[in-house]
Design a protein around this ligand. Structure first.
Ligand SMILES: Nc1nc2c(ncn2[C@@H]2O[C@H](COP(=O)(O)OP(=O)(O)OP(=O)(O)O)[C@@H](O)[C@H]2O)c(=O)[nH]1
Ligand SMILES: [Mg+2]
Length: 471
């Protein structure tokens, strides 16, 4: 343990000296991390952000653009040769082609480099020519951040906590029955271990689909080329003490440790430790639609995610980061085009309240944080409809399942966020007096003018907060 953290910090030290030299002498690099739980809108966000940074006609909120300082923006080969490239062209073609559709779900880390030629702001502007600034965007699943909590826990503690937390979940029933039927002190045999791991993975998938956020170990959901390998063939078991040699218990504990050192740590070392700016995408409207429990879950997930950015609590991560920290974190509620703009400030208020609570809960100090609501790709138009003498602010779009046009009123979000967050915290089963609908819209047909990116809501403000000060 001591040796590995020393080695890690050495590598990190050498890297950061290199980073610093190239940053000050040559071309500055901003590494922007984009994360969020499954289906929160990461792929659409990155695609539309890049398209709108290349063609900036709809980015008035980006100061460097407004001040006419960006001479050019273009895609370049990314710096990391072993990380898959973010499939920008295909995702953009899906969203803006003749038959617009949402891109497929993506299940791995990926990266894209966008470079700017921009003149510096202020006094230097007239004196210096344009500089090149690189923006490396890294897309990774939010579940991988939640894995950080495993590093502090032994297999026994993790088993105990996990089994306690999932005891009453319908999705976990089959797994729990199977886990109770084995004796962890018995000798290890591979078919038993495999069967347990498989059932646990299907529980995690069902839990994620049901809207639970605490679906770790994260790699069980996105195994990629680790599928079937021993680091993903373990599960929590009702264990006591340390278990006899060669027992199922010992072997499970060994694999859990291997997962930590060979899956979790490399992710933090290779990707996370180099991020300067971070956006956390949250499907807040989806959670509100799913009810108070889902909102409470989302609040906890935000706090847990934030605690990964406050490495003080984790000795290994603090060593790795050596005082370097993410400078800005944006929590963004996605898919705001499901609401008429009259309600947008209410969604933003809810995000702000959630972010504040997450900061308090993680007793977070460090990075600058902000919250806003946005739509990466605006799929609706607005209209006011009269319903029984009441004017309802609606949105209109093409329904995803039937392809028909429909107007939709999602419900009246409260002016005070506490009217939602209070019941959520107090364990209410449903919202009193109000139902919040959710409708899946297809992306709209677009005819883009030259120089314009795809239509969005507040993507320019998100970009200004995340990178505006460095352009
Ligand atoms: N109306 C609307 N829907 C959106 C927007 N962004 C995302 N969506 C919806 O959310 C879904 C998920 O978006 P993705 O960008 O694929 O989400 P993701 O986080 O990359 O999802 P995974 O790769 O599965 O983790 C899309 O298929 C759309 O249905 C938006 O700006 N407006
Ligand atoms: Mg994706």
């Amino acid at each position: 343990m001591v040796i590995s953290s020393l080695a890690d910090s050495l590598v990190r030290g050498v890297e950061s000296v290199g980073d610093r030299v190239s940053e000050t002498l040559f071309e500055p690099v901003i590494r922007l991390g984009v994360t969020g739980l499954a289906r929160s809108g990461k792929t659409v966000f990155i695609t539309s952000l890049v398209a709108n940074l290349l063609d900036r006609g709809r980015m008035p909120g980006l100061a460097a653009q407004q001040e006419g300082r960006i001479n050019a923006a273009y895609l370049q080969p990314q710096p990391d040769d072993t990380v898959p490239r973010f499939d920008y062209e295909n995702h953009l073609a899906a969203l803006t082609g003749p038959q617009p559709h949402w891109p497929d779900s993506t299940r791995a880390v990926s990266e894209l480099r966008l470079s700017f030629k921009a003149r510096p702001a202020g006094l230097l502007s007239g004196l210096q020519g344009p500089r090149t600034i690189h923006l490396d965007i890294v897309d990774y699943p939010g579940e991988w951040l939640l894995d950080l909590a495993l590093l502090d826990k032994s297999y026994e503690t993790w088993s105990h906590e996990t089994l306690g937390r999932i005891a009453n979940r319908a999705e976990a029933k089959a797994f729990l029955t199977q886990a109770r039927a084995v004796d962890p002190a018995e000798g290890h045999d591979e078919p038993t271990a495999l069967a347990l791991a498989k059932e646990f993975a299907s529980y995690l998938n069902a839990a994620r689909d049901a809207g639970f956020y605490d679906c770790t170990p994260g790699r069980f959901l996105l195994p990629g080329d680790l599928a079937g390998s021993p680091v993903l063939t373990f599960a929590p078991l009702p264990v006591d003490g340390h278990g006899p040699r060669r027992s199922l218990h010992r072997e499970m504990a060994r694999r859990y440790e291997a997962y930590k050192s060979q899956v979790v740590k490399p992710f933090f070392r290779d990707h996370f430790a180099r991020i300067d700016r971070q956006v956390v995408l949250v499907d807040a409207l989806g959670a509100i639609h799913n009810g108070p429990q889902a909102v409470e879950d989302m609040r906890r997930a935000m706090a847990d995610i934030l605690s990964a950015f406050r490495p003080g609590r984790n000795a290994w991560l603090s060593q790795l980061l050596l005082g370097k920290r993410v400078e800005r974190i944006l929590f963004a509620a996605t898919k705001a085009d499901h609401l008429h703009h009259l309600q947008h400030h209410r969604l933003t208020n809810i995000m702000e309240a959630l972010t504040r609570e997450a900061r308090d809960r993680a007793s977070f100090a460090g990075a600058e944080t902000a919250a806003l609501s946005l739509a990466s790709l605006r799929a609706t138009t607005e209209e006011i409809r009269n319903h029984n003498g009441v004017e309802l602010p609606c949105v209109r779009g093409t329904l995803l399942d039937s392809g028909k046009q429909a107007a939709f009123y999602p419900g009246d979000l409260p002016e005070a966020p506490s009217h939602l967050l209070g019941p959520a915290r107090n364990g209410a089963d449903n919202w009193l007096g109000e139902d919040y609908g959710f409708m899946a819209f297809a992306p709209a047909h677009l005819t883009l003018r030259p120089g314009d990116g795809p239509p969005h809501i507040r993507l320019d403000r998100a970009a200004q907060f995340l990178i505006g000060d460095r352009l």
